[in-house]
Write a protein that binds this ligand. Structure first.
Ligand code: UDP
Ligand code: MG
Length: 342
């Protein structure tokens, strides 16, 4: 934590002989009330990072409670505070991407605005980064999720991701530090529009480490995630990281085929032996079974097709309405810039 900045040369992307720079990206939807306390905690934590230069970018994801106006009021008191305002609510994944694109640091930390990602963990993340880690994951000490069914669904999802895509997502969060090299991959080299940030940060590779943190309950406001939205994110995670479900459909088809062959043999047998017309239940069961297998298969195909359609449309993932503070990155013209509103 109190490490001096003499290890500068360790980190690629650091300006020649200059101090290293840390960006903190915070997506915020309707977080006006908590903003001041959040910034106080974040700036206190940044003060313990051994003299890093820093910027804090709050991405207002279509708030309706005046989050951006509050940010504008708070800006003069917070050196390096910046704001990006999206033209409407595009969702946390889009807001994260907008913030990552705006970030100029040699490392970028992404965190929630509701203090459920305790800023006090930042110095430890930075220490790991200084020691050479390229990605530092914040891992929750306990599984989160207020609703029991969400916790259950999330553990099923984590298992699927582990077995199907080989990505360990247990207790993962979006509280993550990315070195510039990893951030550049996530932002520039992954053109997909439907994103699943916490899996992408694992997919990039490099030296990855984890820091465990406790999730305090949300103090203000309420979680903006409905179960439906969580399911959508989970589907994006699975569909964008593995095609195995499609292969499962094929296996399901093969299994049904074997079943059918057996039934045909049985039917023919009873026809030959003259004991036909006893199979009403068999027909009914077969019909229902095959019918639901076909429906499930179509559903799985549909998930992929829907996402292919999204990618083909190639719409920008968000629209920026307004920016507050900060100069654009020197090389930003080469970025795949999103459409600018206004
Ligand atoms: N958030 C956002 N856009 C949304 C929903 C949420 O930017 O559409 C932000 C929100 O302000 C917070 C973070 O994403 O900073 C996590 O949201 P929340 O606390 O509602 O989720 P949870 O903690 O339940 O995962
Ligand atoms: Mg939260």
């Amino acid at each position: 934590m109190s490490e001096s900045s003499s290890a500068v040369s360790l980190v690629p992307g650091a300006p020649e002989g200059g101090r290293r720079r840390l960006s903190v990206v915070i997506p915020a939807k309707d977080e006006r009330e908590g903003l001041e306390a959040l910034l106080a905690a974040v700036y206190a934590a940044l003060g313990e990072c051994g003299g890093l230069e820093h910027e804090v970018i709050v991405v207002d994801d279509g708030s309706r409670d005046g989050t951006f106006e509050r940010l504008r009021e708070l800006q003069p008191r917070h050196p390096g505070l910046r704001g990006v305002r999206l033209s409407r609510n595009f969702g946390k994944e889009a807001a994260l991407l907008a913030g990552l694109r705006a970030a100029t640091g040699d490392a970028v930390i992404t965190m929630d605005a509701d203090l459920q990602h305790p800023p006090a963990v930042i110095p430890e993340m930075v220490a790991r980064w200084r020691a050479g880690a390229k990605v530092v994951h914040g891992v929750k000490s306990r599984p989160s999720g207020a609703r029991r069914r969400d916790r259950f669904a999330s553990s099923a999802f984590n298992r699927l991701m582990r077995y199907l895509a080989g990505i360990e997502m247990r207790r993962a969060s979006d509280f993550t530090l990315l070195d510039r090299v990893a951030a550049d991959v996530v932002v520039r080299e992954l053109p997909e529009r439907r994103r699943f940030y916490r899996a992408l940060t694992r997919w990039v590779g490099f030296r990855q480490e984890s820091v465990v943190f406790d999730v305090p309950p949300r103090e203000r406001g309420s979680s903006a995630w409905s179960s439906a939205r969580l399911m959508d994110l989970a589907a994006t995670g699975i569909v964008s990281f593995t095609s195995l479900p499609l292969r499962l459909v094929t296996f399901l088809g093969l299994a049904t085929l074997v079943f059918a062959v057996v039934l045909v043999a049985d039917t023919l047998w009873s026809w030959f032996t003259g004991t036909a017309v006893s199979g009403y239940a068999t027909v009914e069961v077969t019909l229902l079974f095959v019918g639901s297998a076909v429906m499930i298969s179509l559903g799985i195909l549909g998930e992929y097709v829907a996402r292919i359609y999204d990618e083909v449309k190639a719409r920008p993932g968000y629209v920026v309405e307004e920016e507050l503070g900060g100069a654009p990155r020197p090389d930003s013209p080469s970025l795949p810039t999103p459409a600018q509103g206004g």
